[in-house]
Design a protein. Structure first.
Length: 329
């Protein structure tokens, strides 16, 4: 990490930590807390919400300071507008608990607005198709992050690893990605097991959208097959969670969007792993998937086949292992 990036990281870590601490105090004082959830066995006491707001305020304040000194540029208007929109949607959902239909409609409006404002990639070169695929990708990542967030520190750690990867892999968005990663660490100080503040829908919506925006804007050459695979691998573990939950719930005759204790993190804990061990497994898997995503486009066809087989074997083993461990209510 270069000196300038180290400064960005350190400042955003400090502001992320300070604002998360302030938001936690505000949430506890005003009873903005997540009540114990029977789906999540370890959730036995009220915990402050609005962790996503701490990340947002930490990132924005660090960005303002660094921009004043000429260290970072402000992001595209579309990113700022939609990041705020998804954050606000998540806050209201945390406070009022929207129906799945209402939340999805607002997500769809925000995803379409973001795409119209330029947050899109050229997938096939047909504008209408690229528009639809970009909006769909935003919806997928927002909901994948939201569904994965059922274990202390899990999504924050996954996003931290992913934004650090983006910051090291790409030149243009490196500073902003590092800044977001720093704010996430500031939040994780209070969110690691045993968490005193949750990310909430506000945080999962915010980070899911930001990841979608970064991938669409800066990994936007998916025309070649190897680039498409690398593009899809970046959200790795969270896409696995979305797919696993959807398939398992449908097989059980449940609506895929309705709550059930079939999350991979809850099944790992049912298998005997602690929250820390569950996080470590998921974070390690994400780091390995990102390594494959980085290496894949650069390899010859035979090496790509080998990497693909390794990845497929890992997914198959994980899937079968998780199916063996139902969560007992």
């Amino acid at each position: 990490m270069q000196m300038n990036q180290a400064l960005i990281f350190a400042l955003s870590l400090a502001t992320g930590g300070v604002f998360t601490w302030l938001v936690r105090a505000f949430a506890l004082k005003n009873n903005i807390v997540n009540k114990p959830n029977p789906i999540v066995p370890q959730h036995v006491r009220p915990v402050a919400y609005l962790g996503g707001l701490g990340i947002f305020l930490g990132s924005v304040s660090a960005m303002g300071i660094l921009h004043y000194f000429g260290k970072v540029a402000f992001p595209e208007v579309g990113i700022g507008f939609c990041a705020t929109g998804f954050l606000v949607l998540g806050i209201f959902d945390d406070l009022e608990v929207y129906s799945a239909r209402k939340k999805f409609i607002i997500q769809l409006i925000l995803a379409i607005a973001g795409t119209a404002l330029g947050i899109k990639a050229e997938f096939v070169g047909i504008p209408a198709v690229d528009f639809l695929l970009s909006a769909f990708w935003t919806l997928v990542l927002v909901n994948a992050a939201n569904l994965t967030d059922v274990c202390d520190g899990l999504v924050g750690g996954l996003m931290l690893i992913t934004f650090l990867f983006i910051g090291m892999r790409s030149q243009e968005p490196a500073s902003l990605a590092i800044l977001i990663a720093g704010s996430i660490i500031g939040f994780l100080i209070f969110n690691l097991p045993r968490a005193s503040i949750f990310l909430g829908d506000a945080g999962s919506h915010l980070l899911g959208f930001l990841l979608a925006a970064f991938t669409l804007l800066h990994f936007n050459q998916p025309a070649a097959g190897s680039n498409i695979i690398a593009f899809l691998l970046i959200p790795g573990v969270m896409l696995f969670e979305l797919t696993f939950l959807t398939v398992v719930r449908i097989q059980k005759g449940l609506a895929w969007w309705k709550g059930s204790p079939d999350h991979f993190s809850l099944r790992l804990q049912a298998a005997g792993f602690t929250r820390w061990q569950t996080d470590a497994i998921a974070w390690t898997a994400q780091a390995l998937i990102l390594l494959i995503a980085f290496l894949f486009p650069q390899q010859a066809a035979l090496n790509q086949l080998g990497l693909g087989l390794i990845l497929a074997a890992g997914v198959l083993f994980s899937w079968k292992f998780l199916l063996r461990h139902e969560v007992k209510r």
